[in-house]
Design a protein. Structure first.
Lengths: 456, 175
């Protein structure tokens, strides 16, 4: 049983690391839009819980490593979570040291990931006694969490106010789907929220008046920094890449942020960057320390936000848990947060805390063995290959088709229509109001868990 | 830095910079030379994008629907048909993307070569506040990193560094 779990864990971990290391190279891919649907697919195909967990952890950590490559070498954010690193990476690029930026970021990320898993599982164990009362109060907790996440999104009060119409839209569409199909939909809603920004861009591109608002562009010139060698070793030791102070600062920042699970990773990263950056005078030292600390904080917050709610409550009570990691909590019919008896049936109930610790570390180690040396060594060749061969048209085409297939799998044509409708409304709310997909995921849970109670 | 010969600064000045910086590609002159649009954070040809989406959906969705219909009849456990069909549909999506990547090349051009020479990098470092006095205040391991990158200030004699020849303004000094 344990051996079986470990075999699945390692196998799926390697698969996740390879798949997401490749996806991370393609700049501009959105975290939620890639991790959520593909993890969902892995769950729906019947992968055992250990395999699902390592797939997600190895995938997320690998993606964070390879997406640092376009961020540091090409000057394009590899992902939405890489945006806070961009200014510092650009400054180091202008100093002719993009490869140093990359190595510091990778070393900080790996160090933080190794620290974050045990700390967040430990915090979750401390919070677990609260799980019982919390589950009874879940509908209201989600309401509060939605308001909290909304307030800290770029839209502030607009996002909070928009929770009501958005949740009502979800409830109405779900009612329609239940009437037509006999069961409610959920995957289609997830996908719609995740790819909202893409749906809006595509709609705007087809609008005769709207098209003018999309920025024009010629062939984009992407400057690629020269390769300066990775230094002989196959596994560059993160502790020798970082200076001693950098390693300590990164470890402390990662340890502290591993205990939080309500801030978004971007917010935690910006905050940690402000605190650390203000104390270092020399620009080179400040920039390289920021690369390590910021990338490390993104990693540790990300893992804590996934693992703490998962291990302690089984309810997706954080922006990451409700977004990219959503399929670990809720992927009907395999996993569910509101089963027939009102119970949670997902990784939380299927794995013990020690298993989370072991498989979580297995995921991080696999990413460290597969993606980390690869990113350290072949960073330049890989970004050159990705920007020369994978056109953005092909990437968008693949995602459009993926959404069509998966939503059709859940609800036929109606599922697809729900995905596109939610994508259009959610994407507009994201762009116009600053209501991020995290707020929208929370609003979805409000619609499913809180609205029915409020109506009765 | 004040020691930099003016010729070097000209060499690394305005004319070459816009082409190198990815941010500068937005601010280009004539509209007819800008046939692409930025969709989902990167440049695409709108017509090719429509074709690409149509092609990928036309491969992925039928792959899923047909294999589900076939598998439902063949498998002993028809409940699994959906799951396997989903996998086949996903393979269809990836195949579609591979075809599209062949048909429609990326709208990016790679510019390579040294981005900044050492003089420009040093000037940049100083403008950010990396003066010689600040350098002297750094711990030795950070000083060592900067020296390896050729970013240690020339004017700053460091006890354990070999003088003059090591710190000449040669771009190759970075490695």
């Amino acid at each position: 049983m344990i051996v079986d779990g470990l075999v699945w864990a390692v196998g799926m971990g390697v698969l996740g690391a390879v798949v997401f290391a490749a996806i991370g190279l393609v700049s501009g891919t959105d975290e939620t839009a890639t991790l959520a649907p593909i993890t969902l697919l892995v769950v729906l195909l019947g992968t055992p819980p250990a395999g699902v967990l390592t797939f997600f952890i190895a995938g997320a950590v690998s993606k964070h490593m390879t997406h640092a490559i376009p961020t540091t070498l090409l000057g394009i954010p590899g992902d939405t979570t890489a945006v806070p690193l961009l200014d510092d990476a650009t400054a180091l690029r202008r100093l002719g040291a993009p490869h140093i930026a990359l190595r510091k970021a990778l070393a900080g990320g790996l160090l933080a990931a190794l620290i974050a898993v045990p700390i967040s599982v430990g915090i979750a164990a401390l919070l677990a006694p609260l799980a019982g009362p919390l589950k009874l109060a879940a509908p209201f907790v989600f309401l509060v969490a939605a308001v909290f996440v909304g307030y800290f999104s770029p839209g502030r009060w607009a996002s909070v106010l928009a929770i009501a119409p958005f949740a009502l839209l979800v409830a109405a569409l779900n009612g329609l789907a239940t009437a037509a199909l006999g069961t409610p939909l959920s995957i289609s809603f997830f996908l719609g929220i995740a790819i909202g920004p893409l749906v809006v861009d595509l709609l705007v591109a087809t609008s005769r008046s709207g098209r003018q608002t999309l920025p024009r562009s010629g062939t984009r010139t992407v400057w690629l920094a020269p390769d300066l060698g990775a230094g002989g070793r196959w596994f560059p030791n993160p502790l020798t890449i970082l200076s001693r102070r950098q390693a300590v600062t990164t470890a402390v920042a990662a340890g502290v942020t591993s205990t939080t699970f309500m801030l978004s990773p971007v917010a935690a990263t910006v905050l940690a960057g402000e605190i650390v950056g203000a104390r270092i005078r020399h620009p080179y030292r400040r920039l390289t320390t920021l690369m390590a600390v910021k990338n490390g904080t993104t990693e540790s917050t990300y893992l804590a936000e996934t693992l703490i709610p998962l291990v302690a409550f089984g309810l997706p009570l954080s922006p990451v848990a409700a977004g990219p990691a959503a399929a670990l909590f809720n992927a009907p019919p395999v996993y569910t947060v509101h089963g027939p008896g009102g119970g949670v049936h997902n990784l939380h109930s299927l794995l013990q805390p020690w298993q989370f610790l072991v498989y979580g570390l297995v995921g991080v180690v696999i990413a460290g063995v597969a993606a980390y040396p690869f990113a350290m060594r072949y960073a330049r060749a890989a970004s050159a290959w990705a920007s020369r061969t994978i056109s953005h048209e092909a990437l968008i085409g693949a995602f459009a088709a993926l959404i069509a297939v998966v939503s059709w799998y859940e609800g036929g044509l109606l599922g697809l229509a729900v995905s596109v409708s939610i994508g259009a409304v959610g994407g507009l709310a994201n762009r116009v109001l600053g209501m991020t997909s995290g707020v929208q995921f929370m609003a979805y849970y409000v619609a499913v868990l809180s609205v029915p109670l409020l109506l009765h | 830095m004040s020691t930099t010969p003016p010729a070097r600064q000209d060499d690394s000045g305005q004319p070459r910079d816009p082409a190198r910086s990815p941010d500068a590609s937005h601010a280009d002159p004539s509209p007819e030379e800008l046939p692409y649009r930025i969709v989902w954070n990167d440049a695409v040809d709108p017509r090719q994008l429509s074709l690409s989406i149509a092609l990928c959906v036309a491969i992925g969705l039928p792959a899923f629907l047909v294999s589900r219909a076939v598998l439902a009849g063949v498998l002993h456990q028809p409940a699994l048909a959906g799951g396997y069909a989903l996998l086949i549909g996903l393979v269809g999506c990836v195949l579609g993307a591979a075809v599209c990547a062949r048909l429609f090349p990326p709208k990016r051009a790679l510019a390579e070569g040294p981005e900044t020479d050492r003089a420009a990098a040093l000037a940049e470092l100083e403008s950010l506040g990396g003066t010689a006095e600040e350098f002297a205040a750094l711990p030795r391991d950070v000083q060592g990193e900067l020296r390896a990158l050729g970013l240690a200030p020339d004017a700053m004699p460091v006890p354990d560094a070999p003088p003059a020849s090591e710190v000449l303004p040669v771009p190759e000094a970075r490695s």
